[in-house]
Design a protein. Structure first.
Length: 160
C-alpha cells in the first residue's frame, strides 16, 4: 500500500527553499508516529533537507543522480523504490513535490495536514481530483500559541 504524507498550505505550498515554511510540532509528532517502523520514500532534495536518515524507518531515496546516501538506499525511480517492499507492506512517500506528482496515481491513501492559510513557497503538492478520493477522517485543530492558524489532520482513501 502506498501512502502519501504531506503538510499542505491552503495554496498548495509544501516547501520553500528546500524547507518546510512552517513549524508545527503536532504535525511532526504525527508524522513520526505514522511512519515509525515503516519504509519512507523520498526524493533527493527531501533527503538533503533532512540531514540524515529518519531513525526507526527504512529510508529510500529516489534520484536520477548517482547517490550513496549514508543510512539510506538509493534507487533511480519510484517504481524501483516500490519494488523494494512486499506488496502488502505500507510504505510512505514523504516528498518532495516531484515525487508526490509521480506517486499520486499509484497511491492508495493520503495523510494530509491541511494548513488553513496560504504560504509563500516554491514547492507545491500536486493538484488531485477530490472526486476520486473519499475523506475518511478529519480532525480539525484551532491552532495555538506556537502555531496560531487552524489546520486539520485528514485521511483520504482512493475510491475503488
Amino acid at each position: 500500500m502506498i501512502t502519501l504524507v504531506a503538510a499542505v498550505a491552503e495554496n498548495g505550498v509544501i516547501g520553500a527553499g528546500n524547507r518546510m515554511p512552517w513549524y508545527l510540532k503536532e504535525d511532526l509528532q504525527r508524522f513520526r508516529a505514522l511512519t515509525l517502523g515503516h519504509g519512507v520514500v523520498m526524493g533527493r532534495k527531501t533527503w538533503e533537507s533532512l540531514g540524515g536518515p529518519l531513525p526507526g524507518r527504512r529510508n529510500v531515496v529516489v534520484s536520477r543522480q548517482e547517490l550513496r546516501p549514508e543510512g539510506a538506499e538509493a534507487v533511480r525511480s519510484l517504481e524501483a523504490a516500490v519494488a523494494l517492499f512486499p506488496p502488502d507492506e505500507e510504505l510512505f512517500v514523504i516528498g518532495g513535490a516531484q515525487l508526490f506528482r509521480q506517486a499520486l496515481p499509484l497511491a492508495d491513501r493520503m495523510l494530509l495536514t491541511r494548513i488553513r492559510r496560504p504560504y509563500p513557497g516554491d514547492a507545491y503538492f500536486p493538484e488531485w481530483d477530490e472526486a476520486a478520493w473519499r475523506l475518511t477522517a478529519s480532525e480539525a485543530r484551532a491552532g495555538g500559541p506556537d502555531f496560531p492558524w487552524p489546520y486539520a489532520f485528514q485521511t483520504w482513501e482512493r475510491k475503488k
